[in-house]
Ligand binder design. Structure first.
Ligand code: SF4
Length: 102
């Protein structure tokens, strides 16, 4: 949260703000394999160029609230479901298939 505060209030980018959404989504996508948000922050900072650290949190939080939700992620509606190792579209396969045919 300190990194988010620094970034938002003072436009200082010292690290990626990793909350539970960022931690969950990046682990589901297989970008990191971590147990804690702090470990995720460190892994993401090694993975991503500093130029994307600031917009990274706002971009993914909305996605985590609307699509890649903690419980019942909407994998059938997710544009990443063909590359995501955690995609669970079998339960929603009809919905996913019909969207892809359009
Ligand atoms: S496919 Fe499912 S688990 Fe993977 S990023 Fe999308 S919503 Fe999340």
């Amino acid at each position: 949260m300190a990194y988010l505060c620094l970034s938002t209030a003072w436009n200082k980018v010292e690290g990626i703000g990793v909350d539970v959404h960022i931690h969950r989504i990046t682990n589901r996508l297989g970008w990191v394999n971590t147990k804690t948000p702090e470990a995720t922050r460190i892994a993401l900072q090694e993975l991503l160029p500093r130029s994307v650290w600031q917009p990274f949190n706002p971009l993914l939080v909305g996605f985590g609230q609307s699509i890649c939700r903690p419980v019942g992620p909407k994998c059938g509606d997710c544009l990443c479901n063909d590359i995501c190792p955690s995609a669970n579209i079998k339960k929603e396969s009809g919905k996913a298939k019909s969207k892809k045919k359009q």
